[in-house]
Ligand binder design. Sequence first.
Ligand code: HH2
Length: 282
Amino acid sequence: MSESRGQAPFRVMGVVNVTPDSFSDGGLYLEPDAAIAHGLELDSSGAAILDIGGESTRPGAAPVSADEELSRVLPVIEGLVAKGAKAQISIDTSKAAVASAALAAGATLVNDVTAFRGDPEMAALVASTEADCCLMHMLGDPRTMQIDPRYEDVVVEVKSFLEERVAFAVAQGVDEGRIMLDPGIGFGKSVDHNLELLQRLDELVALGRPVAIGTSRKGFIGKLTGREMGERLPGTIATNVIAYERGARVFRVHDVGPVHDALSVAAATVTAPWRTPTSSTR
Ligand code: HH2
């Protein structure tokens, strides 16, 4: 599995939520040992990135202090590094103090769902440490974002927001080559908004930066299928395969192994390597 990690035309970002209240796995990995074991399992299932988060961003989630967030994520990052995880370590935070300590402990990617709007120190920190970053669109904040979100044209508005955040980051000294962009599925979006963003993802890909997508187990899949949280893997796979075909290249998911398999087949189909003779045809 690890051999293909560098060559695959996509990167799976495995979610490691060290929280009591995340929407799909809250409380499961609050103990450092459980979170480290889970991260290592995702690592060996093909995750190219492990995204470690200590604060839930689900609609209505309560904010967490920087100290509390750090006490959750730091032992996990340290443990994953000590145990030789091969994946890149990402810190899912909007606080510069948390990102700074995580980067010092071995993380090399900052996944900021506020796209550097949450903490005035964040952009300069990412610039000075030469970390990679993921800038995500969110309408409003997690407490209020799902209350009747409205757009004239969701894709045009998300695109111009992301364009503006790239310009801001670059003006703060961040290397543009280190930025990936994410439309923020479920962050201030109705079911129709999420579907339109997936359908027209190529318009965001046209910005020229790698596009990340996070649909895993989210509410719109439940609304479309009538499935509970634990039964949304087929819907998650469908959205990730469609997003791949539309140009997304980073896939933030809880179920790394199955999504990695699905994307491997999708990628092989899109690039059609079966046209070259192989030893096996079945
Ligand atoms: N979604 C969640 C959290 N962080 N980061 C990016 N870049 N894109 C996403 O779509 C995204 C994200 C929400 O998922 P999860 O971490 O499982 O839940 P919670 O925020 O409740 O911990």
